[in-house]
Design a protein around this ligand. Sequence first.
Ligand SMILES: [Zn+2]
Length: 357
Amino acid sequence: MRMSVLASGSKGNSAVIASSRTRILVDAGLSCRELMKRMHQAGEDPGKLDAILITHEHADHVSGLPVLARRLNIPVYFTEATHRAWVRQMTPKHTISYKQWLEQQRREKQERLEAQALAHQFATGVATDELPDDHFFASTTLPEQPQDRFTEVSPDATTNPEMALAAAAEDDLCDDTPRSVKEGVRENPSFLPIVEYFQAGRHLCIGDIDITPFTIPHDATDPCGFVFASEGLRIGFATDLGYMPPNVKLALKNCDVLLLESNHDLEMLRDGPYPWSVKQRVLSRVGPLSNDAAADFLLRDYDGGAAYVVLAHLSESNNHPELARRAAEAAVGDRLRLLGNRILLAPQAEPMESLCL
Ligand SMILES: [Zn+2]
């Protein structure tokens, strides 16, 4: 098996997991162009990907998804709840002001009355202009319109991020994109060529890779971690989790490679630039995992079977790679039989060297 981490961190996450016959992209949190570039840098051929698997709908895991999936014309695997949340995220929101709503109501009412008037004319032979002025239109006069109290959100690609994404997606469709895909995108910005659903706790197979998705505690709709198994080897994948609940500890047993979140140093977070509300979110049980929590797992619960422990999703504002490494190495170093474990760091700005097992 092979694992190529293309990017890891709050600016985007993506990795390729491959057996000799199957290649899966886990998350697509960079632009399509950047993902293609990094796959080439890592020696992965995007044209040979079999599927895209999504952990959860946060932007740093899906920002390049629609364009890439359409371009490669390959299936995307989500849980059903995550897919629905992603579609909602992608659907342009048309919000109108109160003033516009009143005007729309007035127009609709007027159209209804005109239709009635026409029907009356056909039925009786009396033209509406022969009737007294107030016969049909008396109630169409609006009371004085109040001040516009609502902010209008323009359905315009320059101000609406979802629409900007959809517009970018259309721009990115290349000449060899199938016509059915191009038409699908125009009608629906969340259009994907093939969507498949999986459920946490239920095995699924993509080619010859067996995947066990497991639920993780995170503030997304239905977030999952994964264990990938093929050719007698296992790769565990656990990022974006507030703490390590028993089901995650159990799922990560007997892994040959363990990709584990080590997001922040608690002191750097406390003294760092984030507003208090964001600090609270990071520290909560549905935020990301701290260096200390990752080290605590390695010290107390990890079975020590992995040749590589890859520390991932490091915060650029609230962590330093050496602090994350030191915390993990101290935990592993306290357990003699774990000395064979190599601690690696997954970078944000470039692909990590591929791990081949
Ligand atoms: Zn997330």
